[in-house]
Design a binder for this molecule. Structure first.
Ligand code: PLP
Length: 396
């Protein structure tokens, strides 16, 4: 006998991974240039030159044993100090190195946080649409994930629904803004109301309800006037899960962190539980070389102007062809209403035009499809006739 759950997770890849594999197979058949793969959130913009320079400098100047050796489990102290200083500079906070725990990216940050907080019977809430792996992380920790539907079309928080969903079993609410897959950013006013509601519920139930801020897209916003509220400043019991996968285009290097502020309820025990969960999950420490790179490059970002250009091009063209899209403030996804009820069937029709899109069902939002525009602008330009032809099939 082996674990049925793990076997099922291994056999049934995520829909995104399935499409990604199909894309490779189709590219071999008809040439990569003829497949319009919009399935995966793999940044197409390279890491900034400063990352390359940091890697070179580290390799040239540092002792190999130090550079490739284990760091302490919570991460290299110089790296954590550099991150705390960067956060304090940007958000006017007062974090220090011992608020930070280095991880192998946001996926690991989330899994560690959820495992650290979870006791049997717990419920974690999240807003639709949401990153499908939340379900995997929550359920394999022995808890229940409850989806809270957002306002139709705008995907902003529906406070009536949220209030109805919170119960004495609620351990945490997972918030992802800028959002994958909708690109929506929760505004200050929403964040204030969210904080107020959770504070009232904490009081009512007599225990903390944590907010888990899943923030791999924090820096990916395209209108300079738009502020992405830093949640620890609005709600005391906030943990932040961050990753350099998108902001520095380093998804394969697996580096990120968990922030456990001093102010949160049971801060000392929560930080210890985070260390314990990292240990129990076998992470040992985050990759050493890239922790040292982050010590030099925290706060920098890749050239994000390409994503803005892609967003504007794709949003304008698709709305022009008759697609109904949510205006994405950030991240690098466009969330579009399928032109028939069954988004899976719509994606199959799109495939006939070599357009690889992801149905919204696994994001908790049937009837929508996700288009990842972290691709070359050239791919978008060349794909537009296919998007137009697909819309025409539906009489647009
Ligand atoms: N959270 C969200 C919302 C994501 O979109 C992703 C990846 O796409 C992750 C977490 C995991 O990111 P990482 O590559 O840092 O593990």
């Amino acid at each position: 006998m082996i674990s049925e759950t793990m076997c099922r997770l291994g056999k049934h890849r995520s829909v995104i991974r399935e499409i990604f594999e199909y894309s490779k197979q189709r590219a071999a058949e008809i040439g990569a240039g003829n497949v319009f793969d919009f399935s995966i959130g793999n940044p197409n913009v390279p890491a900034p030159d400063s990352v390359k320079a940091a890697v070179r400098e580290l390799l040239d100047t540092q002792d190999d044993v130090y550079l490739h050796g284990y760091t302490s489990a919570q991460g290299d102290s110089e790296t954590r100090r550099a991150i705390a200083e960067d956060l304090n500079r940007r958000f006017g906070t007062a974090f220090h190195e011992n608020n930070l725990y280095m991880t192998c990216g946001a996926a690991a940050s989330l899994k560690i946080c959820i495992t650290a907080l979870c006791v049997p019977g717990d419920e974690f809430l999240t807003f639709t649409p949401f990153f499908p792996e939340y379900r995997v992380f929550v359920e394999t920790a022995g808890a229940v994930l409850r989806e809270v539907a957002t306002e139709p079309d705008s995907f902003q928080i529906d406070f009536g629904r949220l209030e109805a969903a919170v119960s004495e079993n609620t351990k945490a609410v997972i918030v992802n803004s800028p959002n994958n897959p909708s690109g929506v950013v929760f505004r200050k006013e929403s964040v204030r109301r969210l904080a107020e509601l959770l504070s009232v519920k904490e009081e009512e139930y007599g225990h903390p309800i944590y907010l888990i801020a899943d923030e791999p897209y924090r820096e990916l916003v395209y209108d300079s006037s738009l502020e992405v509220p830093y949640l620890t400043k609005y709600y005391r019991d906030t943990l932040v899960c961050y990753s350099y996968s998108k902001s520095l285009s380093l998804p394969g290097e697996r580096v990120g962190y968990i922030l456990v502020p001093d102010e949160i309820s049971d801060a000392g025990d929560i930080y210890a539980a985070v260390c314990g969960a990292g240990r129990a999950l076998g992470y040992v420490c985050a990759p050493s070389l890239f922790q040292h790179v982050i010590a030099k490059c925290a706060g920098q970002v890749s050239d994000l102007s390409v994503y803005k250009k892609n967003r504007d091009l794709l949003y304008r063209a698709l709305t022009d062809y008759g697609y109904d899209c949510v205006y994405p403030d950030g991240a690098f996804y466009l969330f579009v209403k399928a032109m028939e009820e069954d988004a899976g069937a719509f994606c199959e029709k799109a495939k006939k035009h070599e357009l690889l899109l992801v149905p919204g069902d696994d994001f908790g939002t049937p009837g929508y499809v996700r288009i990842a525009y972290c691709v070359t602008t050239d791919q978008i330009t060349r794909s537009l006739p296919a998007f137009r032809a697909l819309a025409e099939e539906y009489g647009k």
